[in-house]
Design a protein around this ligand. Sequence first.
Ligand code: MG
Length: 167
Amino acid sequence: MTGAKPGDALLEATVQRLFERGVQIEEIAALTHFLQSDYIDNLTKEECVESVYHVLAKREVQHAVLTGIELDVLAEQGKLSHPLQGIIERDESLYGVDEILALSILNVYGTISYTNYGYIDKVKHGILQRLNDKSSGEVHAFLDDLVAAIAAAASSRIAHRRGEKER
Ligand code: MG
């Protein structure tokens, strides 16, 4: 698996779980590229993929992704208890725990990631549009925020690293 250190079972499980839910690393990297390409000269897709993998290598991030996806899947299968089942299934707008979980990813990377997250969450670029399509019958109450946060964190990481290089 690209980017995964051999033996890093939790990273592999996280990437696999994202894939099972229809999200490929390249699609998250495309969001990162969208967020940062206006600010960074010659930003490549490969650099964005690498940065996404760095974000996914963090334990906090893996735990957030695995937890959120698990709740989405259980809601999709109708296996949660009332009233949480209905709240997550309908992705109720007043339910904010999905965003809180996403913040645990952004916390690792600081303020640039917060603004990037807010922006990408609003414009629903790329894969985020599909994840927000409620007509599919799939539940992605958590996944859309997690994917946006990973992309924003990867984007913030690139900004910091390139900033260091240019100084
Ligand atoms: Mg959500």
